[in-house]
Design a protein around this ligand. Structure first.
Ligand SMILES: Nc1ncnc2c1ncn2[C@@H]1O[C@H](COP(=O)(O)OP(=O)(O)OP(=O)(O)O)[C@@H](O)[C@H]1O
Ligand SMILES: CC(C)(CO)[C@@H](O)C(=O)[O-]
Ligand code: BAL
Length: 281
C-alpha cells in the first residue's frame, strides 16, 4: 500500500494508472476509520482495479464553534485497517497543500444545502463540495463511494457531479450499524457510557417510525411527535431536526405516500449524532 502526502505525486500516479487503462475507485474519509468506512472500501474495490482512499480532516466544512480541533485521529490504526481491507493508495494531504495562502475558490450548491444539516451547519456543505471537487481533481477516480449515513452529503455530491459534468460514477454505501443499532460514526468515540446507551434512541425512533408507516400511518407530524418524545426522554438530548422528506429534493412531505427519508440530528451532550432511514409504506 502506498501512502502519498503530495498532491503532485498523487496526480502523477493517477495519470499513470489511467494511461495504463486502470480503473480507479475512491473513498474519501476524515479518518478514525470504523467498519462503516471499511464497508465503503470493500464496495469500492468491486468497481475498479485500484482503490484510493483519502484521510483529510477538512477545516472548510467545520463552523467556528464545531469540533475541528478535537476531531479524533488515529493515523497508525487507520493505515493498518486500510491495508487489511486492500486499499492500494492512501492520500494524506496537509491543510497547507489543500488550502495554500491566497486560496479563494469554493463550490456551492443553491438549494440542497438549505435543508437538514445545512440549516444548523451553514458552511458545512460548501466546505464538502469544495474539498470533494479538489480531491476528485487530484485522485481522478472513475468511481467514488459515499456512505448513506450522510444521506444529504451523498445527495449533494450526486447533484454536483451531474451539474458540473464530472465524469465520475457515484455509488451510495449502506449505513453500517453497531450490533445494538447505533449508526457507526467517528464521533461516537466522544460519547460517555451513559450517552452511548441514550444514543440508541435515534435508531429506535427510526424503527418505530417504520413500524407506524408499515401499519398505515401517513401523517409526518404524528411520526415526528413520537420521535421527539422518545428522544427527549433523555435530558441530555437536544433535537436539532427530525425531518420526513423527499429523498431526492429533501423537501418536507405533507403526507407519506411513497418512500420517505426520515433523518435525525441530535446533540447528545456535546456530541452531534445523525441517523436516517427510508420509510416505506
Ligand atoms: N456508519 C456508516 N455506514 C456507512 N458509511 C459511513 C458510516 N459512517 C460514515 N460513513 C461514510 O464514510 C465516509 C467518510 O465519513 P467520515 O470520515 O466523516 O466518517 P463519520 O464516521 O461519518 O464521521 P463523523 O463522526 O464526522 O460523522 C462518508 O462517505 C460517510 O458517509
Ligand atoms: C466527504 C468528506 C471526506 C469530505 O471532507 C467528509 O465530509 C466525510 O468524511 O464524510
Ligand atoms: N461525516 C461528515 C463529516 C462531518 O460531519 O463533519
Amino acid at each position: 500500500m502506498d501512502i502519498i502526502g503530495s498532491i503532485e505525486e498523487m496526480q502523477g500516479l493517477s495519470n499513470k494508472l489511467r494511461s495504463e487503462g486502470k480503473r480507479i475507485a475512491f473513498v474519501p474519509t476524515m479518518g478514525f476509520l470504523h467498519d462503516g468506512h471499511l464497508s465503503l472500501m470493500r464496495e469500492a474495490k468491486k468497481h475498479a482495479d485500484i482503490l484510493v482512499t483519502s484521510i483529510f480532516v477538512n477545516p472548510a466544512q467545520f463552523g467556528p464553534n464545531e469540533d475541528l480541533d478535537s476531531y479524533p485521529k488515529s493515523m497508525e490504526s487507520d493505515l493498518a485497517k486500510s491495508k487489511e481491507v486492500g486499499v492500494d493508495v492512501v492520500f494524506t494531504p496537509t491543510n497547507d497543500q489543500i488550502y495554500p495562502d491566497g486560496y479563494e475558490t469554493y463550490v456551492q450548491l443553491e438549494t440542497l444545502p438549505n435543508h437538514l444539516c445545512g440549516l444548523s451547519r451553514p458552511v458545512f456543505f460548501k466546505g464538502i463540495t469544495t474539498v470533494v471537487t479538489k480531491l476528485f481533481n487530484i485522485v481522478k477516480p472513475h468511481v467514488a463511494v459515499f456512505g448513506e449515513k450522510d444521506f444529504q452529503q451523498l445527495a449533494i455530491i450526486r447533484r454536483m457531479v451531474k451539474d458540473l459534468n464530472m465524469d465520475i460514477e457515484i455509488i451510495g454505501g449502506t449505513l453500517v450499524r453497531e450490533a445494538d443499532g447505533l449508526a457507526m460514526s467517528s464521533r461516537n468515540s466522544y460519547l460517555s457510557k451513559e450517552e452511548r446507551t441514550e444514543g440508541l434512541r435515534l435508531s429506535q425512533s427510526l424503527a418505530k417510525a417504520q413500524g407506524m408507516v408499515a401499519g398505515g400511518e401517513t401523517n409526518p407530524a404524528v411520526i415526528r411527535k413520537m420521535a421527539e418524545e422518545h428522544i427527549s426522554g433523555c435530558p441530555e438530548a437536544n433535537v436539532d431536526y427530525i425531518s420526513l422528506c423527499d429523498p431526492e429534493t429533501l423537501g418536507e412531505v405533507e403526507t407519506i405516500t411513497g418512500p420517505t427519508l426520515m433523518a435525525l440530528a441530535v446533540m447528545l451532550g456535546k456530541t452531534r449524532l445523525i441517523d436516517n432511514t427510508v420509510l416505506v409504506p
